[in-house]
Design a protein around this ligand. Sequence first.
Ligand SMILES: Cc1cc2nc3c(=O)[nH]c(=O)nc-3n(C[C@H](O)[C@H](O)[C@H](O)COP(=O)(O)O)c2cc1C
Length: 189
Amino acid sequence: MNTPAHFQVLGICGSLRQKSYNMAALRAAGELMPPGLKLRITGIGELPIYNFDVQEKGFPAAATKLRDEILAADALLFASPEYNWSVGAPLKNAIDWMSRFQPQPFNNKPAAVFSCTTGVVGGSRGQYHLRPILSQLGVHWLVKPEVFIGNSASKFTDGKLTDETTRKFLSDQMVALEDWIKRVKRLVA
Ligand SMILES: Cc1cc2nc3c(=O)[nH]c(=O)nc-3n(C[C@H](O)[C@H](O)[C@H](O)COP(=O)(O)O)c2cc1C
């Protein structure tokens, strides 16, 4: 009997809000993953606002911890809100911190992204800003299927993703992510 390979996926949510739809969707993605993937969700809320003066005195513990988690992961899964048609400040801040490490932890990581917004567009503009930021840091994006969860307020109940169509979109994306991780690992080996 074949034991499925377990790829560790690090979940990073761009919203710090306690009742965040993105965080709820990230948890749902973890439940919907195929057996070969395992999700662990990290936090970015402890990171101070990036400042080179702070970096010069030594990386904050929260930055070093996130760097280590990214390095240890086989892949990354971003759940990102869209703020003012772009990437939210907490996630951009985390990326800016990570970009200062050598080796830079995003380099050659396979990754997928989805977004939840209360608006109808579902965060497409924010995702399309996030992708090039992390591409230039060496992330290898899963391009399709794209997942944009608009009208979020109608798709979650008591912190759970209850909309069946959205659950299927996420589940399909997780299946594609597993295949993508295998392909990227072969390419960068
Ligand atoms: C500062 C700010 C900017 C926002 N800008 C957008 C936007 O550009 N497009 C959009 O669809 N929703 C926007 N929203 C609404 C978010 O989609 C909504 O707050 C969503 O619930 C955030 O995700 P979360 O539930 O994971 O925190 C914005 C919200 C905030 C707080």
